[in-house]
Ligand binder design. Structure first.
Ligand code: 3HC
Length: 693
């Protein structure tokens, strides 16, 4: 037996115990061990049943992603599963932890399943751009019906043991320790004379085939641009068109095709990148973290409230400090209202809401923050105001208390100096709504202590965020890159591109919405304020493209006033706004500009290459430590489509030489001020390498 699988026989029951940390993936040695265990159990006349279970924190969490793209080492998982189908003695899966992907498929191929009460089941393959390849699309519908199968396999979510039992996906729930319960369960089966059974011998469910069409429509909208969800639907349908064995063969082919495709490559890259950004290259893994058992939030506007909610939702006590009692009361009312609406919708229990509220204490006196070990500042986005707050915090809190600013573009080094305790100061830039958005840009300033960096990275994960480390610059990673896209979007409009076409181009690329629909949603007054705050560093041409200011002057603030780039009805459904075309024509005339027709390719490349070039600058300047930080930030902060892997991975796939050639063309047409290639991009292009080597 290989090291990763142990085999032993206890009376009439054989046991194969997989031990392949960290997540018991079905690596080659596990597949070999399982095959050998089935052979031995079949060959030993004393054995009447085989239990398969796992050591460690989880049952098999899937195929070994690290083996993808490499030559297959026999036997493949489907070969092992075929052995289970042929077995003459019952095989029982005893599962705990996260029973995912290929692990779920192994369990479903076993003849009986017993689970510990806290187990979770799912098919996350879709999130890796993969069609399940070991029978998941064929066995699940036969056991749980079409609707459940479609939901589990195309959305990639998880269900708990109770639901899995109710859906018919497992046969028993372990009472007490799993290994002992499984042994007793197997002995019971043997005593009852129960033999092997395969889900494959059951008929496909007689569910309404209209479910396929309905799902196709929903997925085309919700997971726009992604190929795996629709391929998975196709794979499920195979069960109705051919026999079980033939459907398995085709499912496996589809699985292999999906693994070889660019979308899965991009999604697997992001899976690894998400784990990679937790490891800070120049921060030793054993860097001490400071204990945090109470967090302070100062400034209770929209961002401050969201941060209070995020912290309390994670079970951490928080002191919320507002400008005065009126602000504090308004904030607590708003927070209570938001949670109450979750309770009304059923996504939060009243008990959980009460617990969260009980974790929040309020004050209008910054001195109360002395009882915290971390304060997150979210006051108004004004350097002078923030500096004053940091000076106060430097005095009001204990030395060693971390002082983090939620600023989205102000200079954190200046705030650090103002505090008098620069080594304790950093940025924690949340995205709106802060209690929902996963991305957190943690910012290391010039003098930030390494312990502070380690602490805010760990704290970010503790409150359920995806923290990415950035250096200090105007806008950090996401907003700095986004500002280049906004610039190009306005320039394109000035040159003659229809804003609706620009939105459509980004929508078809896979963004959830284009820049103009986004502007209308966020509020054009908010966008105008942001442009004003940056006016000092804007070029004449950027200031001239003042469409947002023109609309604000007319009272057109976007969705909230029913008119912006688009018109909105009472349900906020958008339609073309004739005033927009008129505004653009008048703007052109006023400034003597000639409008031209602009094709979709130029629109896409100008919007996206502008961001890639800025990303390359961030890397060159060391603001973003690695391309992974940028890709994770842009996918999770801006909605850059994950199936393209984020801007830097996407550019790598196109080839930096090609990207550079286009940037040079835009430079010739648009000027050095906007399109000078990032030195790093130019260098990598000549070295024929990508950002990720
Ligand atoms: N293969 C290889 N390595 C894996 C893996 C897998 N399927 N799943 C997780 N790992 C690795 C991670 O890369 C990480 O390695 P690192 O420490 O070197 O960064 C380590 O295991 C721990 O993972 P997490 O940090 O994610 O640990 P958590 O405890 O937070 O989460 C988990 C555990 C829920 C299992 C999570 O890792 C996960 O969701 N994994 C992916 C599961 C998955 O996608 N399975 C389907 C694979 S495709 C498949 O099965 C095809 C089939 O149909 C044939």
């Amino acid at each position: 037996m290989p090291d990763t699988v142990q085999f032993h026989v206890r009376g009439a029951i054989a046991e194969a115990v997989i031990d392949n940390p960290p997540v018991n993936a079905t690596s080659a040695s596990v597949r070999q061990g399982l095959a050998e265990a089935i052979r031995r159990s079949e060959a030993d006349p004393a054995v009447r049943a085989l239990v398969i279970r796992c050591a460690g924190k989880t049952f098999i969490a899937g195929a070994d992603i690290k083996e993808f793209g490499k030559p297959l080492v026999e036997p493949g998982l489907p070969d092992v599963i075929a052995m289970m189908d042929r077995a003459t003695k019952p095989i029982i899966a005893a599962v705990h932890g996260t029973v995912l992907g290929g692990g779920f498929e192994v369990a479903l191929a076993c003849h009986y399943r017993i689970a510990s009460p806290e187990a979770k089941f799912g098919f996350p393959e879709v999130k890796l751009g993969i069609v399940p390849g070991a029978g998941g699309t064929q066995r699940t519908p036969r056991l749980a019906g079409l609707a459940t199968t479609i939901r589990l396999t195309t959305e990639g979510g998880q269900i708990g043991t109770a639901s899995a039992f109710a859906e018919g996906l497992i046969d028993a729930i372990a009472d007490g320790e799993l290994a002992a319960a499984a042994l007793a369960y197997a002995e019971g089966l043997v005593a009852e004379g129960k033999g092997p059974r395969s889900a494959g011998s059951l008929p496909m469910p007689a569910d309404d085939p209209a479910l396929f069409e309905e799902a196709r429509r929903t997925l085309s909208r919700k997971m726009r641009g992604q190929s795996a969800p629709l391929k998975i639907l196709e794979a499920i349908r195979l069960g109705y068109e051919m026999d079980f064995g033939a459907a398995l063969v085709r499912e496996l082919e589809m699985c292999r095709e999906s693994i070889a495709g660019p979308q899965s490559k991009a999604l697997r890259y992001l899976f690894a990148a998400e784990r990679e950004v937790a490891r800070i290259t120049d921060l030793p893994a054993d860097t001490a973290t400071r204990p945090i058992d109470r967090v302070g939030v100062i400034g209770l506007g929209v961002m401050g409230r969201g941060i209070v909610m995020a912290v309390a939702s994670a079970g951490l006590p928080v002191i919320a400090v507002g400008l005065d009692q009126a602000h504090v009361e308004a904030a607590m009312k708003a927070i209570t209202r938001m949670w109450a609406s979750s309770v009304a919708k059923g996504s939060l229990t009243q008990e959980a809401m009460d617990k969260r509220l009980a974790l929040i204490t309020t004050s209008d006196d910054p001195r109360d923050l002395a009882a915290t070990q971390l304060v997150i500042e979210a006051v108004t986005e004004d350097l002078a105001v923030k500096k004053a707050v940091f000076a106060t915090l430097g005095q009001a809190t204990q030395p060693g208390t971390i002082l983090a600013s939620n600023t989205s573009f102000l200079n954190i080094d200046a705030l650090a100096e103002a505090s008098g305790r620069a080594e304790d100061v950093c940025g924690m830039h949340f995205f709106n709504p802060a209690h929902v958005m996963r991305l957190l840009e943690n910012v290391r300033a010039a003098k930030t202590d390494p312990e502070v960096v380690a602490t805010i990275m760990a704290l970010g994960r503790r409150i359920g965020k995806l923290p990415v480390l950035s250096g200090v610059c105007d806008g950090f990673i996401v907003n700095r890159m986004l500002s280049k896209r906004s610039r190009e979007a306005f320039f394109l409009v000035e040159e003659g591109a229809d804003p609706a076409l620009i939105d459509k181009v980004l929508l078809s690329f896979g963004f959830p919405m284009g820049p103009f629909a986004l502007g209308d949603l966020a509020g054009l007054d908010v966008q105008a304020a942001a442009r004003k705050a940056r006016a000092a560093s804007a070029t004449e041409r950027e200031l001239r493209a003042d469409f947002v200011e023109q609309m604000v002057a007319q009272g057109r603030l976007g969705q909230k006033t029913g008119s912006g780039w688009y018109l909105y009805d009472e349900n906020r459904k958008a339609s073309p706004n004739p005033q927009t075309g008129a505004m653009i024509a008048a703007h052109a005339e006023r400034h003597g500009l000639t409008l031209r027709g602009i094709g979709e390719e130029e629109i896409r490349e100008r919007l996206l290459y502008a961001m890639v070039n800025e990303g390359a600058k961030l890397l060159g300047e060391g603001i973003a430590p690695r391309p992974q930080e940028i890709d994770i930030a842009m996918v999770n902060g801006l909605g850059w489509p994950s199936h393209t892997g984020g801007p830097m991975h996407w550019a790598d796939q196109i080839g930096l030489e090609k990207v550079l050639a286009k940037i040079e063309r835009f430079r010739a047409e648009q000027g050095d001020a906007y399109w000078t290639p990032a030195p790093l991009l130019a260098r990598y292009a000549t070295e024929d390498r990508g950002f990720a080597a």
